[in-house]
Design a protein around this ligand. Structure first.
Ligand code: NAP
Length: 253
């Protein structure tokens, strides 16, 4: 790869963004990872790091100009839709090239029992009566389920939510996604009979989908809309390829 002194902004908060930062820093590319600052002890990537919101589209546009960013890579979580929309708008305003890493969606297999919905609110309505539900969703969406007083909920998250969600029956378990065999054990131990999750794609949290398939449990799958009008890559290798091409074609000093 030719020498490149311009700065790349990497919107992060995912395993993929961590991997990209490591690879780019190793290739001596000037990379700034941006994290929202939601987790207390994030895994710190190589290269520069900034933490906290930009202040909407205006704030991000200003930041891009001030830092003289040459390229934006959006490797945020598939359901972090706001920052992606802001980054696409700011890229449009500034003319800075933008690439979204968009993990391919999980595909329903023949023996899957999925009920596909568009929002957490629709997922709450689709839960069978009196079910024992494993909620594998972001903590900011918990409240959408709190009116289902008939159901029992278990949610797993990395950190305890700052404010207690307004549930009568919610158990929060601190932890991360596991391999399928551990998820099967977890489902059986907690007598789970329904899974609610988002179609995040990727391998890291697919164990629960396999476990639900093996136990023939219904999965209420919240779908995602892919961002319109944005260049996308499906994995870190594709992103690296795009960046190499960009650097090799551009004469930036
Ligand atoms: P979001 O709804 O798309 O973003 C909300 C606001 O948070 C944005 O408008 C922006 O604030 C700020 N923000 C988000 N990501 C940022 C980043 N990488 N750098 C700087 N500011 C950022 O995002 P979210 O769903 O709350 O997720 C927040 C972060 O957690 C994301 O970076 C994502 O990759 C990570 N994450 C999310 C999930 C999830 O389930 N959603 C799961 C794992 C990791 P301003 O408008 O002030 O710029």
């Amino acid at each position: 790869m030719r020498r490149f002194d311009g700065k790349i902004l990497l919107l992060g908060g995912t395993t993929e963004s961590y991997i990209l930062a490591e690879q780019l820093a190793r290739a001596s590319v000037n990379i700034i990872t941006s994290l929202a600052g939601r987790t207390q002890n994030p895994r710190l990537p190589a290269g520069q790091l900034r933490i906290g919101g930009f202040g909407g589209i205006e704030g991000l546009t200003e930041y891009l100009r001030q830092e003289d960013i040459k390229l934006i890579i959006d490797a945020t979580h598939p359901f972090a839709r706001q920052i992606t929309a802001h980054a696409i708008a700011a890229a449009d305003k500034t003319g800075i090239p933008f690439l979204r890493l968009e993990r391919p969606l999980w595909q329903r297999q023949a023996d899957d029992n999925w009920i596909e919905v568009a929002t957490p609110e629709a997922a709450a309505l689709a839960i069978p009566e009196d079910a024992r539900v494993f909620l594998a969703i972001g903590r900011q969406h918990l409240a959408a389920f709190s009116h289902r007083h008939d159901a029992g909920f278990i949610a797993r998250m990395i950190e305890q939510p700052e404010t207690a969600p307004p549930f009568r029956t919610l158990r929060i378990i601190l932890g991360k996604p596991e391999y399928a065999e551990d998820e099967v054990r977890f489902f059986l131990k907690n007598r789970i009979d329904c899974l609610v999750c988002r179609n995040s794609g990727g391998k890291a949290s697919y164990g629960k989908i396999i476990a639900a398939r093996q136990l023939a449990l219904p999965v209420i799958m919240i779908n995602r809309r892919l961002p319109a009008n944005a260049a996308t890559a499906t994995g870190t290798e594709e992103v690296m390829h795009y960046i190499y091409n960009y650097i090799n074609q551009k004469k930036i000093n």
